[in-house]
Design a protein around this ligand. Structure first.
Ligand SMILES: [Zn+2]
Ligand SMILES: [Zn+2]
Length: 341
């Protein structure tokens, strides 16, 4: 049994959202195209047990090394190599955005959290752009990042959103940093999603040099057409459709917990706990709240619940700042805000 058996094929756009958009589609061809993409996603998720097993074969290099491939609108991965580390920028904007986004995420983990890439050992960061045709999604498949172009009508593309790139790469981090990985279902799955949102948002804030008051705390701002919405999720106010989109069903506390809910739904609860902690700790999210959340990953197990994460973050705050420190109390209070522990 591979120790990273709980990697995931994790999509930024939940199938639920694509199905709702299919229901609201103005033409049969648009509806069929969206439902085809839901089917393709399900098929790719079904392959997830394969990807992590071959992971050890991907060369670790011990330094920042990125490669970008072009799928040329087909589905074979990784596709044609179009840019490597230190090679000249491409004339293709998506190639450069995927390259730069992977670089910013690498730099954040290296400089702020002292982690060398996704696996902690310098794993090469591979990205493929122009996956399929009009593909309304981006995903981490256990080994690499994959980006569709979006159909240009509902989704405008995914490589321009640094939080989306960091979200997906963080699924890779979770796969390695949590002993055994976090099972992508139920509360451990919602935690897995939330951890990706947390570091997706922090990397965006770090890139923009925004403190916790300046940050928008949105996930996926800019990837969709204004008619669809403004963002996928809000960490500041989960479920606030005015800030996000019409199908946002995220609860912000345990009172709204959805039994058997999608991992992208219940993730609103730990997302809001992180937001509350970061606001209480003030300054930049990457100064204290981020490192506390990151250190907690190593204290989790494959089936950890929200309560386990509350304890892990409290313990990691104690390890970093001392037992009964103001930081530890802020973390405990943040979980109380969302009704956990
Ligand atoms: Zn394309
Ligand atoms: Zn995700």
């Amino acid at each position: 049994m591979d120790e990273h058996a709980h990697g995931c094929t994790c999509f930024i756009i939940p199938s639920k959202m694509l199905r709702q958009l299919a229901d609201e589609a103005t033409s049969a061809s648009e509806r069929h195209s969206l439902l085809d993409q839901v089917e393709l996603s399900a098929h790719l998720r079904g392959q997830r047990s394969v990807a992590p097993l071959v992971m050890g074969l991907v060369a670790a290099t011990g330094e920042k090394r990125r490669t970008v491939y072009d799928a040329q609108h087909k589905t074979a991965l990784p596709g044609k190599l179009v840019r490597g580390e230190d090679s000249k920028p491409s004339s293709d904007k998506a190639v450069n955005q995927a390259y730069d986004g992977a670089g910013a995420t690498y730099d954040f983990y290296r400089e702020v959290l002292k982690r060398n890439s996704v696996d902690g050992k310098g794993l090469r960061l591979d990205s493929t752009v122009h996956y399929q045709t009009n593909f309304n999604n981006a995903f981490w498949n256990g080994q690499q990042m994959v980006y569709g172009d979006g159909d240009g009508k509902l989704f405008l593309g995914f490589t321009g959103a640094i939080d989306v790139i960091a979200h997906e790469l963080t699924h890779g981090v979770t796969q390695y940093a949590v002993p055994g990985g976090l099972v992508y279902a139920d509360q451990s799955g919602a935690l897995n999603e939330s951890i990706s949102d947390v570091f997706g948002s922090i990397v965006k804030q770090w890139t923009l040099k925004q403190n916790v008051e300046q940050a928008d705390w949105l996930i996926g701002a800019g990837i969709m057409a204004p008619a669809v919405g403004k963002a996928l999720r809000s960490m500041a106010d989960p479920g606030n459709k005015e800030l996000t989109w019409s199908g946002d069903d995220q609860p912000k506390n345990m009172a709204g917990y959805v039994q058997g809910g999608d991992v992208h739904t219940n993730s609103g609860i730990p997302n809001h706990a992180f937001y509350a902690a970061a606001i209480a700790l003030k300054g930049n999210a990457w100064d204290k709240a981020g490192p506390i959340w990151y250190k907690a990953l190593s204290l989790l197990t494959s089936n950890s619940t929200f309560a386990d994460m509350a304890k892990a973050t409290s313990d990691s705050a104690a390890l970093l700042y001392g037992v009964n420190s103001a930081e530890q109390h802020a973390i405990q209070a943040a979980w109380k805000v969302v009704g956990v522990a």
